[in-house]
Design a protein around this ligand. Sequence first.
Ligand SMILES: [Zn+2]
Length: 252
Amino acid sequence: MCGIGLSVPGPVDPARSRAVQPPIMPGWDDYPIAENLGTRFPAPVLVDNDANLMALGAHRARYRDCPSLVLVKVSTGIGAGLVIGGEVYRGVDGGAGDIGHVRLPGHPGARCACGSLGCLAAVASGGALAAQLSEQGLPTVSGSGVRERVLAGQPEAVRLAQIAGRQVGEVVATVVCMVNPGVLVIAGDLAEPHFAAGVREIVYQRALPRATRSLRVEIGDREDGVAVRGAVAMVVETEFAPAAVDRRLSAR
Ligand SMILES: [Zn+2]
């Protein structure tokens, strides 16, 4: 075994492989995930955020020729993974791409799992849509439940998915202006045509033509395969990087 790659649904400090204040993983802040697993398995353990690994997996599997890619995952929460110059961009503390907690104007009463009000995730995530459907007499427990209703053509679910797509598009348009990606992948439970149409509509409307003229907006895989592919790429590319191999050889 050359290594273990682990995906977690929250921000990860890349230097320490620990979750950093993950809103939907209460109690996991600063938990030594890699150290704990490392005592049970004789291999390096690398941990990253799920959207980062999905972005990396999508890039390595399908878009290797595209230097800049953004993947937006909308399931229980909302997050984004950025691949810039062919590598995952994590920011200084692993917080890059955490767009679910950008405040969306006009929703001051929407309470988010992070403790703030009006976050994008509190308004337009799979979890938020499930709550809205349940309030309207359509009991729905999760983002995957929302997806089932949308794919079944349930009118209220379709309407909410389109609105949520536009709301996510408001924030993603800013990301597109900043990153100028060649591909925007929509992934997670709400990766389906109605939601994607809402995102597309607002991104092309709001972002400047220079930022969108080469942009492809695509619906990604919902399955875990792309995240697994990203985890494999993370482990292989880290453990077999020339400097890492040199280090192991010189340690013998
Ligand atoms: Zn929040």
